[in-house]
Write a protein that binds this ligand. Structure first.
Ligand SMILES: [Mn+2]
Length: 238
């Protein structure tokens, strides 16, 4: 079976419950469509678990993109020279990351030893910008946010990361007539015209799977879809 989940955002308990709920076996594949980290306190723990599973395929989210350069910076030894050579861009990057919930991940990262830190950075650098899958005769393109400046003739490799990680697609429009576009990033409750709060959204060859697990205090849950059967699975926030 092939499954997709997205925007786990540090919800380690939810992630573990989800693996139990779908009963992920070695012969299954789970695509994780980015934004594993931040906001919740367990993002690093989730990454450490994901990297032990050869059948969990990670796709880059905007939060991982922001984190990886900052993490490299946080690994540097602080010396007079390193302080003098501080790049303004990296300070800006750190502030921006903190503004979107990065502090929870920074706190977790600081508790790792240097080898564990490097493992996290190496793992994040393996994340792909998109994935494709063919399941039961149907084709799927999986990307964190969307395909900005979409054209049917444009090869997926042609998209810049900024076109894939930050902007949501137009869910009212069919992108590929013969493929489904699977995306996260925007909680489905925020999709215009969607009356189904915190459920996986399917319309116009879109499958939107961020069910608002990071919307703590206002419901939200992790959503997961099995591409073979169309079955959906949910793990409620505590
Ligand atoms: Mn996102």
């Amino acid at each position: 079976m092939t499954y997709c989940v997205s925007d786990i955002h540090g919800n380690y308990e939810g992630y573990i419950k989800l693996l139990e709920t779908i009963n992920l076996r070695d012969e299954d594949t789970l695509f994780v469509l980015g934004d594993v980290i931040d906001r919740g306190k367990g993002g690093i723990k989730i990454l450490q678990d994901m990297m032990m599973h050869f059948n969990i395929i990670p796709i880059l989210g905007n939060h991982e993109y922001m984190a990886v350069n900052c993490m490299k910076f946080l690994c540097q030894e602080i010396t007079e020279e390193s302080i003098n050579n501080i790049d303004e861009g990296i300070i800006q990057g750190l502030l921006e990351w903190q503004n979107v919930g990065g502090q929870a991940t920074i706190d977790e990262f600081h508790k790792l030893n240097s080898e564990e830190k490097q493992d996290i950075i190496d793992y994040l650098e393996e994340f792909s910008l998109y994935e494709e899958a063919s399941v039961m005769g149907k084709d799927y393109v999986m990307v964190h946010a969307g395909l900005c400046n979409f054209s049917i003739d444009r090869p997926l490799d042609d998209y810049h990361f900024s076109e894939l990680l930050f902007k949501v697609p137009d869910y009212s429009k069919v992108y590929f007539p013969d493929k489904y576009l699977v995306t996260g990033h925007l909680p489905t409750r925020c999709i215009q015209g969607n009356n189904h709060q915190d459920k996986i959204f399917r319309a116009n060859n879109h499958i939107a799977i961020d069910c608002g697990s990071s919307c703590r205090g206002s419901g939200g849950r992790l959503g997961c879809i099995c591409l073979d059967t169309g079955e959906t699975f949910y793990v409620e926030n505590d």
